[in-house]
Design a binder for this molecule. Structure first.
Ligand SMILES: [Zn+2]
Ligand SMILES: [Zn+2]
Length: 372
């Protein structure tokens, strides 16, 4: 399976370059072994099989529904269960679907309609939407506001207890896992992502070579990497980050990360824009949770071949509640949502490349590509 994936990647890169394309590959060393149990997911979208549940509703029994329950459990929609999940479409699943639909601005039918499944299978952040049963996303606001228009109530959220970096910790350092041996252009992606947050807050971010001493530790990992949050291969979960002051920022080393170039023009349908994901995860590292505002950086999903790097008003307001504003911030760096680069349903939309995009270099992170 692994080699098939690699072959497909190479074929895609070889067959579809535009005439002016400069294709470069970005390799990472094999930093952790991949458990055999995860290999079946490596060559395809981790959640694609969920599309087969279209039309499924309460009272039915379908093979594989237990995996969907695991999905909802992972992201906080079904409480942790000591027993294995069944393939029955039970009340717990229906309730989870309704809550999910509210959080993602969908009609809360409790059924697996096409719009809901389309959202469920989108690649996303591995952080849960609901922590310890509580959420401040749409579903958590609904009861108090009695709102029917979910777009109107959704806004930024925080982790339970509202953790933040302490007042005396304004100047933060970050470092990259030395084993990853990231090239400079990949490191520059993170530098730009940090800059987007420092523009609107008093916080500063400085790279350091001392991984052990850094406040924020950035690493690419594959599969199970020891923190109880295993990565799942291509697409599915893309990255996750811990709340302050933990500082751990992990990315799935098996994604086809685009480091430079126009991700929307990538020939790889699984291409993921690294800066877009980095800006989101840094929001978590600073204390933001997920937002139901689709234009916000802290919205949980991002479609492949999509670039979304500008902080929305929702993100800026949230982070400034925690840290205040940068004295030099005039509000101009927050692009109105109407003109903001935003995600499209299938990643193929005609988005305008950001000003920093240059060339057409596609950087594919594939741990196993070293084997070639
Ligand atoms: Zn997230
Ligand atoms: Zn991790």
């Amino acid at each position: 399976m692994r080699f098939l994936h690699l072959l497909a990647t190479v074929v895609c890169l070889a067959l579809a370059p535009p005439p002016s394309a400069l294709v470069s590959a970005f390799f990472l060393p094999n930093i952790s072994s991949i458990p055999p149990s995860l290999l079946p997911n490596v060559s395809s979208d981790a959640w694609n099989a969920f599309r087969n549940f279209s039309g499924c509703h309460a009272g039915e029994r379908r093979d594989g529904l237990a995996k969907l329950k695991n999905y909802f459990n992972y992201f906080g929609y079904i409480p942790s269960s000591p027993s294995n999940f069944t393939d029955d479409f039970d009340d717990a699943l229906e309730s989870a679907i309704k809550t999910y639909q509210r959080n993602f601005n969908l009609d809360p039918t409790g059924q697996l309609d096409d719009a809901t499944l389309k959202q469920i299978v989108r690649p996303r952040c591995g952080n849960p939407d609901i922590v310890n049963g509580s959420t401040a996303m749409n579903s958590g606001k609904e009861a108090s506001l009695n709102a029917t228009h979910f777009h109107a109530v959704g806004h930024y959220t925080f982790f339970p207890g509202t953790p933040r970096w302490p007042d005396g910790k304004i100047d933060l350092t970050y470092a990259f896992l030395p084993d990853n041996q990231l090239p400079d252009d990949a490191k520059a992606v993170f530098s730009r992502a940090f800059q987007r947050w420092s523009t609107v807050t008093p916080l500063t971010f400085t790279a350091t070579d001392s991984y052990a001493a850094a406040d924020i530790k950035i690493g690419f990992f594959s599969g199970d990497h020891g923190d109880g949050e295993p990565f799942d291969g291509v697409l599915g979960t893309l990255a996750h980050a811990f709340s302050p002051p933990n500082g751990r920022f992990h990315l799935d080393g098996e994604e086809n990360w685009v480091v430079t170039g126009d991700v929307t023009a990538s020939s790889l349908s699984t291409a993921v824009d690294m800066e877009s994901v980095a800006v989101h995860e840094i929001g978590h590292l600073l204390g933001l949770g997920h937002s139901s505002v689709e234009e916000s950086i802290m919205y949980p999903t991002i479609t492949s071949r999509t670039r979304k790097v500008d902080l929305a008003t929702d993100d800026v307001q949230g982070i400034q509640v925690l840290y205040g504003s940068n004295p030099n911030y005039t509000g101009s760096s927050s692009t109105p949502s109407t003109s903001q680069e935003r995600e499209t349903s299938d990643g193929g939309g005609p988005l305008t490349p950001g000003p920093r995009l240059a060339g057409m270099a596609i950087a594919a992170v594939g741990l196993g590509m070293l084997l070639l």
